[in-house]
Write a protein that binds this ligand. Structure first.
Ligand code: ADP
Ligand code: 5GP
Length: 205
């Protein structure tokens, strides 16, 4: 497989979707991995665009069928990345972008580490995260509080990532993400490195 993987993680409300959206036209051709989830759609979210929204039973059938590259329970719901479209995009040498949690990042690293560049996105403080979750007004108080509680653990995994983006000023954070996304395409897999060495050695003069 060619291509490259860019994993973006960070607390819910950190600004991941906003940053990916704003970067769209500056990072070349890419495939954004649309996850499957058992959480209910928020107002304005579309099936097949933001997520594939399925029931718990459907999700568990997909687990049994081995459809997922990775999946995890996040904030009490299942979230997973389907293997097939990712493999297809990689075979077309595309950059594949994942917006997944820290558990998903660990699983993808374990399976495809040599293709992975990772970035953790966070607002400057917990207080600012809370403010953004409340001002986004897509979730009710109990859901927001659960996300805030989880964020306190998620931040502890920050050292597992190649890069950290402090999303204070949105334009600066977007610029940083664009730099990371474009650099992640230049990462060579072990196989590509081996081929390069062979090619280099076979052309002495
Ligand atoms: P995520 O995808 O990580 O859950 P979102 O992209 O939905 O987060 O952002 C959460 C909320 O914070 C949204 O209402 C968004 O408009 C807002 N937001 C994102 N970045 C900033 C920023 N730098 N300053 C202020 N608000 C922001
Ligand atoms: P939200 O419900 O706010 O859209 O997402 C909640 C959390 O689930 C975020 O941290 C997001 O990155 C994570 N997430 C979304 N899709 C996946 C996925 O396919 N796998 C994993 N492991 N986490 C995901």
């Amino acid at each position: 497989m060619g291509g490259a993987i860019l994993v973006l993680s960070g607390p819910s409300g950190a600004g991941k979707s906003t940053i990916i959206h704003k970067s769209e036209t500056y990072i070349g051709e890419y495939y954004f991995s649309i996850s499957t989830t058992t959480r209910l759609p928020r107002e304005g979210e579309e099936n097949g665009v933001d997520y594939y929204f399925v029931s718990k039973e459907e999700f568990e059938e997909d687990i049994k069928a081995g459809q997922f590259l990775e999946y995890a329970t996040v904030h009490g719901n299942y979230y997973g990345t389907s293997l097939k479209p990712v493999a297809k995009a990689l075979s077309e040498n595309k950059l594949v972008i994942f917006d997944i949690d820290i558990q998903g990042h660990r699983l993808v690293e374990a399976k495809m580490g040599d293709l992975v560049t990772s970035a953790f996105i966070t607002p400057p403080t917990l207080a600012e995260l809370k403010r953004r979750l409340y001002s986004r007004s897509t979730d009710d108080k109990s859901i927001i509080e659960k996300r805030v509680e989880n964020a306190k653990n998620e931040i502890k995994a920050i050292n597992e990532f190649d890069f950290v983006i402090i999303n204070d000023d949105i334009d600066k954070a977007t610029e940083e993400f664009i730099t990371i996304a474009n650099a992640s395409r230049l990462k060579l897999s072990e196989k590509e490195l081996k081929n390069l060495i062979v090619h280099w050695q076979n052309n002495p003069s």
